[in-house]
Design a protein around this ligand. Structure first.
Ligand SMILES: [Zn+2]
Length: 155
């Protein structure tokens, strides 16, 4: 795929930098993310730009799906990314966590995704492993799970 000019467009990851000096080099294969946060940001940009190849390429083989089908899925508009915290995930770590909130618009209403992503470094390369929902993140509106899954029949 072609990224228009690649030059002066702002990076989708919300870093206030240009795509060409932020996530662009990672997406284009010219550079590799040195930290888990960089990888996470570049993967967000890949979702925005529909770069399925990059997403799969940076997905750890232990959890990687065969394909994402971004092209067929209904148009999701990614609105913004906010990285809340990053733990480890540096150039000398082998594991890292990045907690973030991504806002997106599936069809109509805006939604948000709050996730803690786990990353792992293999042979000097960072990979996305899996994402978990933060405990007590205050979602509030998850239907079907009224909490209290520990209730037993005892009484
Ligand atoms: Zn970026």
């Amino acid at each position: 795929m072609v990224i228009a000019d690649g030059g002066s467009a702002p990076c989708p990851c919300g870093s206030d930098r240009k795509l060409s000096v932020c996530c662009g080099p990672f997406l284009g294969g010219a550079a590799r993310a040195a930290t888990a946060e960089q990888l996470m940001r570049s993967r967000y940009s890949a979702y925005v730009l529909g770069n399925e190849e990059y997403l799969l390429d940076t997905w750890h083989t232990s959890t990687r799906p065969e394909r994402l089908g971004l092209a067929e899925s209904p148009a999701v508009r990614w609105l913004s990314l906010r990285v809340i915290r990053a733990e480890a995930g540096g150039p000398h770590d082998t594991e890292g966590l990045v907690e973030f909130i991504a806002r997106y618009k599936p069809a109509g209403r805006a939604n948000r995704l709050h996730e803690i992503s786990r990353f792992r470094r293999d042979n000097g390369r960072w990979f996305y492993v899996e994402g978990v929902e933060p405990v007590g993140a205050g979602h509030g509106s998850m239907p079907g799970k009224p909490g209290g899954n520990l209730s037993s029949s005892g009484g």
